[in-house]
Design a protein around this ligand. Structure first.
Ligand SMILES: NC(=O)c1ccc[n+]([C@@H]2O[C@H](COP(=O)([O-])OP(=O)(O)OC[C@H]3O[C@@H](n4cnc5c(N)ncnc54)[C@H](O)[C@@H]3O)[C@@H](O)[C@H]2O)c1
Ligand SMILES: O=C(O)C(=O)C[C@@H](O)[C@H](O)[C@H](O)COP(=O)(O)O
Ligand SMILES: [Zn+2]
Length: 362
């Protein structure tokens, strides 16, 4: 049994959530695709090989690009390596790129597809919770630069997304939990049922081993979060305004990732970033105490961090100024004026920012 979320943007596509989906993903490739690039990192080598065999059996030529793992793969040098692989294999406009991995790989694969021959199709096969519920869906692709996170990229929507839950059986619990931070984000900005489900099942969802009953809860959470994202990106692909709500917790979260040289998981940084945003909202008189406390309770119950003790306020501010929501010198934040009611806070007084920072400094 699979669930399908339709993303009804200008070029509509489906996000399928189920098990044993690799074969379906290959069967659904366009007839005209004769070469398929599989972008993956070393931990997914066995899965990439299984995919290679299926592609070969379908009469197409598989091309593999094994890239550095995690954030080390999101660089201009690695993108250039992929372009070289594409060039050497005479990859044409009817051929297809597949991103098999976590969000770092799907961001890179999407970017490579967006830029090769000015844009070829990308099919995403996310293998982490985070990539399934967020990175692989919605068409934001990109790489980091020395100056900041995701500073170069393109909006390039996938032709299809296949979320094979079997992949999650090998995913370390810490990475599963990091992905749940983006699910919690979906709960706070749009779907309060997500928060209730997590409150009910937090211990099992963050346990070392994932039992079948919990996998079913996880499937519901994944599908709900994908629906939240699908609704937003279908209405505002290029982030003219509405899409910014998906960036809840990311202004401070990305600043932590950058300042800590990507040694923090993205989801962990976003977790602290959401608490920072909640504290900012309280200080701005927009959010009640109970909702701020709920942030800390839910995130802590999953084992996610809610404090940042790096003592790097100046560096964090520098990084926040490079956030994509910034306009000129004006920092802009997504905050909540209630659960399910995201609004913008523009140019907050520096004293407010410092107080929010103090509140998450532990
Ligand atoms: N484009 C977007 O809209 C969007 C949204 C959210 C996050 N992101 C990006 O996604 C990235 C974070 O993604 P992530 O949390 O998936 O991290 P990740 O891609 O770094 O993967 C985490 C680790 O899990 C390993 N892994 C992946 N699948 C596995 C599996 N099935 N079994 C065992 N190990 C597995 C990876 O090799 C890696 O070591 C960040 O770069 C973030 O900026 C992008
Ligand atoms: O899809 C979006 O829009 C998001 O903001 C989702 C975020 O979870 C994601 O981390 C995204 O990559 C952040 O984008 P950026 O524009 O702030 O780099
Ligand atoms: Zn994110």
């Amino acid at each position: 049994m699979s669930a399908v979320v339709e993303v009804t943007s200008a070029a509509p596509y489906s996000v399928t959530v189920g098990t044993d989906l690799l074969e379906s993903a290959v069967d659904a490739l366009p007839e005209a695709a004769s070469r398929v690039l599989i972008v993956h990192s070393a931990p997914l080598r066995i899965r990439a090989d299984a995919l290679r065999v299926l592609i070969e059996a379908s009469g197409r030529t598989p091309v593999l690009a094994e890239v550095p793992d995690a954030e080390a793969g999101k660089t201009a040098e690695v993108a250039a390596f992929c372009w070289q692989v594409l060039g050497k294999s005479d990859f044409t406009r009817t051929d297809v790129v597949m991103g098999l991995g976590g969000g770092a790989v799907t961001d890179l694969a999407g970017f490579v597809a967006a830029t090769w021959l000015r844009g070829v199709a990308v099919v995403q096969l996310p293998t982490t919770v985070l990539a399934m519920v967020d990175a692989a869906v919605g068409g934001k692709t990109g790489i980091n630069t020395t100056e900041g996170k995701n500073l170069v990229g393109s909006f390039h929507e996938p032709a299809a997304v296949w979320c094979d839950l079997d992949m999650l059986r090998t995913l370390p619990a810490n990475d599963r939990v990091a992905g749940l931070a983006e699910v919690v984000k979906g709960g706070f900005i749009a779907d309060a049922r997500i928060l209730e489900l997590i409150e009910e099942h937090a211990a099992a969802l963050s346990a070392a081993d994932l039992d079948d009953a919990t996998l079913a809860v996880l499937e519901e959470l994944i599908t709900r979060k994908i629906q939240v994202k699908a609704d937003v990106v279908a209405a505002d692909l290029k982030e003219s305004h509405l899409r910014e709500i998906l960036n809840y917790g990311h202004t401070f979260g990305h600043a932590i990732e950058y300042t800590e040289r990507y040694q923090w998981r993205h989801g962990a940084a976003v977790s602290v970033g959401m608490v920072f945003a909640a504290e900012l909202a309280r200080l701005a008189g927009r959010l009640d105490d109970a909702s701020v406390d709920r942030h800390r309770e839910i995130l802590t119950s999953l084992g996610l961090p809610v404090t940042y003790q790096g003592n790097r306020w100046d560096a964090l501010q520098t990084a926040m100024r490079r956030d994509k929501k910034t306009r000129g010198d004006m920092l802009r934040f997504v905050i909540l004026a209630g659960i399910g009611n995201p609004v913008r806070l523009e140019g907050p007084d520096p004293s407010l920012l410092l107080s929010a920072y103090d509140a998450v400094s532990g």
